[in-house]
Design a protein. Structure first.
Length: 324
């Protein structure tokens, strides 16, 4: 009496079994393992017909197999105290077929993957990367009108926050230095918008942030006869999750500098699919295939202003980055 056990474990845990009895052709199918016997226990470590650094790597008591490769063992054994994992950061599935499979060690495939899309067909079953949540949008600046934060990415990267605007005016003059827009979420991560300095009458707009990075603030100045003010906006936060830098300026004059936007958060990591099909399967191990959560976006920074020569009014806004 023989039995076939069929196991598919997705990024969540899913188990499926199918029994078959007395099938010589089925047993022959599982005995024809071109990769030979793999034994990874505390007493024996042998790798059948696999080639090191091509088909597998080893570090201590951890065996690393390759994703998107259809392993075909005669027998596969992972002993107690041993760990099965992968060093690949792209791929859809760890795929194993064997006549007899014994797994008493830990299967650890969590917190590994990047965000590159991948697909693979493992013994007739098609797999693709598990999905991840989209990134959050960056915060907007709203004085005196909206400057947009960056939009979040479908791959989980948060958008950068907009830089704060510098709105400075008195009874006869009015200037607006708009903050830079936040960068859209994505990879590779960019740098925050560069700060701007204003030391002549008028206003200067901030600079846009790079990918998942915050925009810098704007800066504005109104002169009075005895004042030479200077205003410098904050630098936008660099990807991922960094805070924007505070604005600054000299201690006198009519000047205002907007704070910068914080960076968007980093993306979470998807889980990994595990597929095992065996004629005889004994599984007594822990299995962890989970992905990770995205990280938080950075905070927007503070504004800087001064008024020592004559009366004026200012409005500023510093916004934070979106979450990943």
């Amino acid at each position: 009496m023989y039995k076939k056990i069929f196991l598919m474990i997705f990024a969540g845990i899913f188990l499926f079994s199918l029994a078959s009895f007395g099938s010589a052709s089925l047993q022959s199918y599982y005995n024809a393992g071109a990769d030979g016997d793999l034994v990874f226990t505390s007493g024996t470590k042998s790798y059948g017909n696999l080639v090191v650094n091509v088909d597998y790597t080893v570090s201590g008591n951890t065996l690393y197999l390759m994703l998107n490769r259809a392993y075909n063992f005669t027998n596969f054994e992972l002993g107690s105290g041993m760990t099965l994992s992968t060093q690949n950061t792209t791929g859809a599935v760890l795929c194993i077929k064997a006549n007899r499979t014994q797994i008493a060690g830990a299967v650890s495939l969590n917190n590994i993957m990047g965000t590159t899309a991948s697909s693979f067909t493992c013994y007739g079953v098609a797999f693709s990367n598990p999905g991840i949540g989209g990134g959050g949008d960056g915060g907007n600046a709203n004085a005196p009108s909206t400057v947009n934060g960056g939009s979040g990415s479908a791959l989980g990267f948060g958008g950068g926050g907009a830089g704060g605007s510098a709105n400075i005016y008195n009874a006869t003059l009015s200037y607006v230095g708009y903050g830079g827009t936040g960068g859209a979420g994505g990879t590779p991560g960019g740098t925050g918008g560069a700060s701007v300095t204003r030391s002549t009458q008028g206003a200067t707009n901030g600079n846009a942030g790079g990918t998942s990075s915050g925009g810098s603030g704007g800066a504005g100045v109104i002169f009075a006869p005895s004042c030479t003010p200077s205003a410098t906006s904050g630098v936008g936060g660099n990807a991922y999750g960094n805070n924007g830098a505070d604005a600054s300026g000299n201690a006198y004059g009519q000047r205002v500098a907007g704070g910068s936007g914080g960076a968007g958060g980093n993306a979470g990591k998807p889980g990994i699919n595990l597929y095992i099909t065996a004629y005889d399967l004994n599984l007594t191990s822990s299995i962890n295939l989970a992905g990770t959560s995205g990280t938080n976006g950075g905070a927007g920074s503070s504004v800087s202003y001064a008024a020592t020569c004559f009366s004026y009014t200012s409005n500023v806004c510093a916004s934070g980055g979106g979450g990943g």
